[in-house]
Ligand binder design. Structure first.
Ligand code: SF4
Length: 397
């Protein structure tokens, strides 16, 4: 089957120029019940949920129009009365990010990388968001003082090699401002990799133009961490954005979240993954939904996730299979869940069951040797593996 991508229908009241202007999309975002009623026929309960939800509401017209023709996606942008329920875990800060924050806008959980929250604004407010404690709270871009403080921390900690720009959505910032941030990061000698986490490829693909990607290219290596959750989000417009990014040499890695009754089936995950891979975007993670406030109705069981993973294993190209992971509540970091394949371990062999049920043993060799050029890399490895947050300087030092 040749994969095809359909465009999202432009509403009659909107011109093509407006529709394909990302700033128009953000300026004309749906924020109120009245805005949503222009796109959806809301039930009485759905209307009530707008009054009762404690969380920010927003969607780009593009995503609303997509959700209108693909009803399942409504769950991602429409508030729900169930958001008010107490919930089983209902954590304000499910990943314990505040405990790993040397300053309000930095998260330093792993030794060699930091997450840099440069804005709390998003193009849409996903109902399952893990960072509800932060998103849309100030509705602003990071203030200068906080920004300088964060840069100073990164500078003072040479073990940090990677910065993940996040928020909110960093691509809600104007090109000039984003370029200034990229410039400032590139001026820090220890920074090797810059990642930008963004929902824009899925919810506002018109954000990606040749001019904008030319800016990103200047600061390579820059990776885009996209967030597609469902194959219906891969429209003609999203496909064009991903193709442009690939042509411009900007790698895209996708992180999806498993959402109850939206994408928690191997048929849906494979459809998303195959389309992404076809467009040269790598399916990277398939996350268990974090137990943040008001998300119990959107979360799925680990049993369900393992079932999805087991069914994808071997059937789908290894390039297309995302890694299943749980971000540990409280801040322990990601734990990967792999298929249970090992049946027996002895000093002589490991016995495994493969994806198609075939059983085979791997015999252990007699002796493990050490690479002869190990000393060339040992110092680099020791510096990396001995970094610990807490032993390093803080920005206020
Ligand atoms: S775009 Fe990302 S940060 Fe913003 S609401 Fe959605 S999941 Fe949360």
């Amino acid at each position: 089957m040749i994969l095809k991508f359909s465009p999202v229908k432009i509403p009659d009241s909107v011109s093509k120029e407006e529709w394909f202007n990302w700033k128009w999309q953000l300026r004309n975002s749906l924020k109120t019940k009245e805005d949503y009623k222009k796109y959806f026929l809301l039930s009485e309960t759905e209307e009530k949920s707008f009054i009762n939800t404690p969380f920010a509401i927003q969607s780009t017209p593009y995503y609303a129009q997509m959700a209108y023709s693909h009803n399942t996606l409504k769950k991602i942008i429409l508030p729900d009365m169930k958001e008010n329920r107490k919930g089983l875990q209902a954590l304000k800060d499910p990943l314990g990010e505040e405990n790993h924050s040397p300053s309000k806008h930095l998260i330093h959980r792993y030794p060699d990388r930091v997450v840099f929250l440069i804005t709390d604004l998003c193009p849409i407010y996903c109902r399952y968001c893990t960072r509800k404690r932060f998103t849309a709270k100030d509705k602003s871009i990071i203030h200068k003082k906080e920004y300088e403080k964060a840069l100073e921390y990164i500078r003072k900690n040479p073990g940090i090699r990677e910065v993940i720009l996040s928020g909110g959505d960093p691509l809600t910032l104007a090109d000039s401002l984003l370029e200034k941030i990229l410039q400032d990061l590139r001026a820090i000698k220890n920074i090797e990799i810059i990642r930008i986490g963004s929902r824009m490829p899925a919810v506002c693909p018109m954000r990606f133009s040749k001019d904008f990607t030319n800016i990103l290219k200047k600061y390579h290596p820059v990776f885009i961490m996209s967030h597609f959750n469902h194959p219906a989000e891969i429209t003609k417009e999203a496909a064009s954005a991903l193709t442009l990014l690939a042509d411009q040499g900007i790698p895209v890695y996708n992180q999806m979240v498993l959402i109850n009754s939206v994408n928690n089936h191997p048929a849906i995950v494979q459809a998303l993954s195959r389309r992404l891979l076809f467009l040269r975007a790598r399916p990277y993670y398939m996350f268990q939904c974090d137990p943040s406030l008001g998300t119990d109705h959107l979360r799925t069981s680990i049993k369900n996730s393992k079932w999805i993973q087991k069914n994808l294993w071997g059937v789908l190209s290894g390039l297309a299979v995302p890694r299943l992971a749980v971000d540990l509540p409280g801040g322990g970091g990601k734990v990967e869940i792999v298929p249970d394949s090992c049946m027996e371990i002895t000093p002589q062999f490991h016995k495994f069951k493969g994806w198609d049920g075939k059983v085979a043993a791997y015999m252990e060799p007699n002796k493990d040797g050490t690479p002869s050029d190990i000393n060339v890399y040992l110092q680099e490895w020791q510096a990396l593996s001995q970094q610990h947050y807490g032993k390093t300087n803080t920005a206020s030092d």
